[in-house]
Design a protein around this ligand. Structure first.
Ligand code: ADP
Ligand code: 5GP
Length: 204
């Protein structure tokens, strides 16, 4: 079996439940790690540098791009966000699967660079439920909630470019679905060529 981990990308419009699902997922999957991105946005309350993001100045962010340390980046709501090569390499090379939680444009760029990556899109049960969940989270104004629901409509169109779609209706089911996707991906024939070769080459 291959020793290197698999690169997973998880995307969904804001409020679809990425954080909620991934929090539960990481409690139950110990072979995957979160690849921490860099951003120029300010930390929110409770966010820790190096855990949720590497919080950088615009100058530092740009210098990392110049040094080739960023695999993909995007500007989102006036801030830069980027996947750090080191975050991914450290996980993959230690045999862990790397999970990127990035928006759709970044995901498409990862797909181009890493055709083997597995892309997962999380859908809300409906736009109405999404709007209500955003309202329930109470982190946005009513105007922002409407704006994010509209933005969600645009982002949902990208779902067809992903490998798997998980509908986040019942939370536990969605987490189970995510665990199943990770398990299934490990069994993909293309990732098992080593074991096939070894067994075929055995003498008996
Ligand atoms: P995202 O990370 O995609 O922006 P969150 O994980 O913050 O989304 O979820 C948005 C809101 O929806 C949160 O208040 C969360 O508690 C709630 N939520 C997430 N998943 C579910 C679910 N399956 N059922 C009900 N509420 C949910
Ligand atoms: P937030 O500010 O809510 O943490 O993130 C805003 C958006 O940026 C989310 O959709 C999140 O998934 C995305 N994002 C976070 N890190 C990266 C990254 O490294 N690259 C890209 N392309 N998007 C990211």
């Amino acid at each position: 079996m291959e020793n290197k981990g698999i690169l997973f990308v998880v995307s969904a419009p804001a409020g679809c439940g990425k954080d909620t699902i991934l929090n539960e997922f990481f409690k139950r999957n110990k072979t995957a790690g979160y690849a921490v991105s860099a951003t120029t946005r300010a930390p929110r309350e409770g966010e820790v540098n190096g855990v949720h993001y590497h919080f950088l100045t615009v100058e530092d962010f740009k210098s990392k791009i110049g040094a080739g340390e960023v695999l993909e980046y995007t500007e989102y709501c006036g801030n830069y966000y980027g996947t750090l090569k080191k975050s991914v390499d450290d996980l993959i090379n230690s045999g862990k699967d790397a999970v990127l939680k990035i928006e759709v444009e970044g995901a498409m760029n990862i797909r181009k660079k890493f055709p083997d990556a597995c892309l997962i899109f999380i859908l809300p049960p409906s736009l109405e439920v999404l709007e209500n969940r955003l309202r329930g989270r109470a982190t946005e104004t009513e105007e922002k909630i409407k704006e994010r629901t509209n933005q969600a409509k645009t982002e949902l169109k990208f779902a067809e470019n992903y490998d798997y779609v998980i509908v986040n209706d019942d939370l536990n089911e969605a987490v189970e679905d995510m665990l199943s996707v990770f398990r299934a991906e490990k069994l993909r024939k293309q990732r098992c060529e080593e074991i096939i070769k070894n067994i075929s080459g055995e003498k008996h």
